[in-house]
Design a protein around this ligand. Structure first.
Ligand code: ZN
Length: 246
């Protein structure tokens, strides 16, 4: 079974105040059965240059041979539309990244706003999934804020990171129930709510992730106790391969 962590961070984060190095990730994963990871920026300083630098650093890290790694771009949606689009195209077309990310709490963006919707339109244009942080950071991180984009761009695959983090999991499940293009990534969501996600949305629309590498063992145990053995491979890797085309 291939285990893919779809949500890992690299770099110095000036919003959440943490630092994660290449070595931290490699050393962390070495102790786990994870085969590959999709790596996105920790939140850099709010300049286009800082944003480009962390994307370049991720692209260089993805060349490492110790494990399978793919990049995900996280671009501040309040750059100009031209700046946003150009950096998104560079990451996907030149650096080979496999998706985009919006972090409403970190990017100070309401997913339903003009700038938020523009970011979704670029992902749709590029034909790559958009991951959106949900849960902490209300009101912008309420999963319901993604409903408008999910309906406006029915072919765009949208991954709700953290699946509402428990407190808003019911809303994340609702959005996934009414929009077949929405997938749930329940890192940090507890056993009870993860069970609800499985029953209502199913393993083929669930994605395993750690967010922080030391969370891998906890997340793996969670799925072992919630997901029947014959469907576990979907949550741990097969859904990720389908959604991100990896
Ligand atoms: Zn994260």
């Amino acid at each position: 079974m291939n285990i893919i962590d779809v949500h890992a961070h690299l770099g110095d984060d000036c919003v959440f105040d943490h630092r994660i190095s290449e070595e931290d990730l490699l050393r962390g994963y070495r102790k786990t059965p994870v085969d590959g990871a999709i790596v996105q920026p920790s939140l850099p300083r709010f300049s286009l240059r800082a944003n480009q630098e962390i994307h370049d650093r991720i692209a260089a890290f993805c060349e490492c041979k110790s494990m399978k790694l793919w990049g995900m771009a996280s671009i501040y949606p309040h750059f100009t539309e031209e700046e946003y689009r150009r950096e998104a195209y560079r990451c996907i077309k030149e650096l080979g990244f496999v998706g985009l990310k919006i972090t409403p709490i970190g990017h100070a963006v309401n997913p339903e706003s003009k700038d938020g919707m523009f970011a979704f339109s670029v992902a749709d244009e590029l034909g790559v999934p958009m991951m959106v942080h949900t849960g902490s950071g209300i009101p912008f991180s309420d999963p319901m804020k993604v409903l408008k984009a999910a309906k406006t761009f029915p072919k765009l695959k949208i991954v709700l990171a953290h699946a509402g983090m428990g407190m808003f999991t019911h809303q994340a499940v609702y959005v996934a129930e009414v929009c077949p293009n929405v997938y749930l990534e329940p890192s940090w969501t507890g056993i009870f709510d993860t069970g609800e996600i499985y029953r209502k949305v199913g393993a083929r629309r669930m994605l395993f992730s750690s967010d922080h590498v030391n969370n891998v063992p906890v997340e793996l145990k969670k799925y072992e106790s919630v997901i029947p053995a014959h469907e576990l491979d979907w949550v741990l890797g097969k859904t990720a391969c389908e959604v991100f085309g990896i």
